[in-house]
Design a protein around this ligand. Structure first.
Ligand code: NAD
Length: 372
């Protein structure tokens, strides 16, 4: 399916203006645009601006609440439990991370639980916020909506794509950023494949009868038909990690697990997140860490390459490469673009104001400047 190029700065302005029109305070609108456009720049279109239509529907259904803030429920200094009050995940999570980073500066470490946030998007963004402050961060996240990932050995969805993320600042080098869904692929990537009429990698989806398929359409069946399910990555291991995300990321901090009574919303995706932020300097081994890391990476990257391999990368390298390639313009597929135009029209109908269709910002592709 055709890709449409939107200039990065104009895309950021469009997302900001859309949320301002819907009623977001300026900071919330900017943080939302920073995050969503940032996910496209990192190459994770599944968690980029293509989420706007779902967020708009969630807001119109009075599920997503604008202008809410992270509310402190429990505070014992180095341990915090916060409630996102069903607010915009991009804003309440930024606030929650700011607080956790400040506490880690004070105490060396902070264990922070954030519950009842609307979709908090690409979790790597939050690890990057910690890394920019010189902190290591570890994130266990559960997501609550219609369950779509089958447990290992099952053939019907029981939870979502619960991401796990670690950010590590490395002296004198780019940080390491591990950030993935515990499903074989993220649901957003199934949506992107569905919108762009392509297939998903084999071994990642089951149809409604429990047989493997590469057809993303099984996750978007006609009304009244049973959906298929995603499978966890790495079989029982991914399933076990997804389970830990439910327990630490949600149940332990007073958040909702993905059980039917907690998943009655029409459009919202709620997230709960347990984050451990700590100051690596306080381990007293920063110098050794930097040199040991470099020596280890050199050893790892000295492995002879498999046939056709582009090289041995580090977690975080693919996102950095895509960020460079997309600095000027972001490609958006036709299906997603149409949904975004409709989202702007819906805001216009509800509030009498909107930035207009995103498609009018499209620019002609220059040969060689689109990487996909
Ligand atoms: P993915 O499968 O693309 O994996 C990304 C991770 O793998 C990154 O850390 C990347 O640097 C690393 N990586 C990729 N190729 C590599 C290579 N060749 N060598 C070394 N490392 C490599 O990601 P995903 O599972 O599709 O998840 C995409 C995004 O979706 C993530 O940002 C995640 O936070 C987000 N997500 C969010 C939710 C939510 O509820 N908010 C749910 C699921 C996923």
């Amino acid at each position: 399916m055709a890709q449409h190029l939107i200039p990065t700065s104009a895309l950021h302005r469009w997302v900001t203006d859309l949320w301002l029109a819907a009623g977001s305070e300026h900071r919330e609108a900017i943080l939302t645009a920073d995050h969503l456009v940032g996910a496209n720049l990192a190459g994770h279109d599944s968690h980029g601006v293509g989420m706007v239509p779902r967020y708009v529907n969630s807001w119109l259904a009075d599920e997503l609440q604008l202008n809410r803030h992270a509310h402190v429920m429990q505070d014992s200094g180095s341990m915090l439990t916060l409630d996102g009050q069903r607010g915009m995940g991009q804003a309440v999570t930024h606030e929650a991370m700011e607080l956790a980073i400040a506490r880690a500066r004070e105490h060396g470490v902070c264990v922070m639980g954030l519950r009842h946030s609307h979709h908090l998007g690409r979790v790597g963004h939050w690890a990057e916020q910690a890394v920019a402050a010189g902190m290591v961060s570890v994130h266990f996240v559960n997501a609550v909506s219609k369950p779509i990932v089958a447990p290992h050995g099952g053939k019907q969805g029981r939870f979502l794509t619960n991401p796990f993320t670690v950010g590590i600042p490395v002296p004198g080098r780019e940080p390491v950023l591990l950030d993935f869904a515990t499903s074989a692929i993220a649901l957003g990537k199934v949506r992107v494949a569905y919108n762009s009429k392509s297939r998903v990698p084999p071994g990642s989806l089951l149809d409604h009868e429990g047989s493997f398929t590469d057809d993303p359409g099984v996750m978007f069946p006609p009304p009244g038909s049973a959906p298929g399910a995603l499978v966890p990555f790495a079989g029982h291991k991914g399933y076990a990690l997804a389970m830990v995300c439910e327990l630490l990321g949600a149940a332990l901090i007073g958040g909702d697990t993905t059980r039917p009574p907690n998943a009655q919303m029409k459009h919202a995706i709620w997230n709960n997140m347990l984050t451990i932020v700590f100051d690596p300097q306080r381990m007293g081994a920063t110098e050794v860490f930097g040199s040991e890391f470099s020596a280890f990476v050199e050893w790892v990257q000295s492995a002879p390459l498999q046939e056709g391999s582009p090289g041995v990368l580090l977690p975080g390298d693919p996102e950095r490469a895509t960020r460079k390639a997309r600095a000027q313009a972001v490609p958006i597929d036709s299906g997603t673009l149409a949904q975004m135009d409709e989202a702007a029209a819906a805001v216009e109908r509800a509030k009498g104001n909107s930035p207009g269709p995103l498609s009018r910002l499209e620019i002609a592709a220059h040969r060689g400047n689109m990487e996909r």
